[in-house]
Design a protein around this ligand. Structure first.
Ligand code: RTP
Ligand code: MG
Length: 148
């Protein structure tokens, strides 16, 4: 079953949106297999956003993500990587459709509430970067047979 890395960014935690965001993925039918509130080190932030290190906003991005705790999660389900990206909406909240997380709650490109892996390769890299093996729980739910 596919897994993805989702993170409520510092603005989302500060604005009390953790429950709302968890709830959306839960209600969709995805399974939460890992979660933790954590303060991000500069090293982890730089590794996470390594693909953007030549971009002019890289410094700001690292400063922002380390400025206050984030809520890091691993979600599991069929096609969860692409579907979670749809549920998050476009990077720029001004372009994100109503009904998406960024469309409903995001304010600016920098403060766009949530992060989600953008491909199977990113998902694998990010899950391994953020979570130890013993922080992820494999389990079955009664509801599974109703979902798939
Ligand atoms: P994310 O990685 O956070 O899930 O967002 P994304 O895939 O939709 O967007 P990405 O291109 O990976 O950019 C990562 C984050 O960098 C910030 N950003 N700022 N100032 C700018 O022009 C700019 N462009 C991107 C955003 O916070 C974006 O989420
Ligand atoms: Mg990205």
């Amino acid at each position: 079953m596919e897994r993805t890395f989702i993170m409520v960014k510092p603005d989302g935690v500060q604005r009390n949106l953790v429950g709302e965001i968890v709830s959306r993925f839960e209600k969709k039918g995805f399974k939460l297999v890992g979660a933790k509130l954590m303060t991000v080190s500069k090293e982890l932030a730089e590794q996470h956003y390594a693909e953007h290190k030549e971009r002019p906003f890289f410094g700001e991005l690292v400063d922002f993500i380390t400025s206050s705790p984030v809520f890091a999660m691993v979600w599991e389900g069929e096609n969860v990587i692409a579907t979670a990206r749809q549920m998050m909406g476009k990077t720029n909240p001004a372009e994100a459709l109503p009904g998406t997380i960024r469309g409903d709650f995001g304010l600016t490109v920098g403060k766009n509430v949530v992060h989600g892996s953008d491909s199977p390769e990113s998902a694998e890299r990010e899950i391994n970067l953020w979570f130890k093996e013993n922080e992820i729980s494999e389990y079955s739910k009664q509801v599974d047979e109703w979902v798939y």
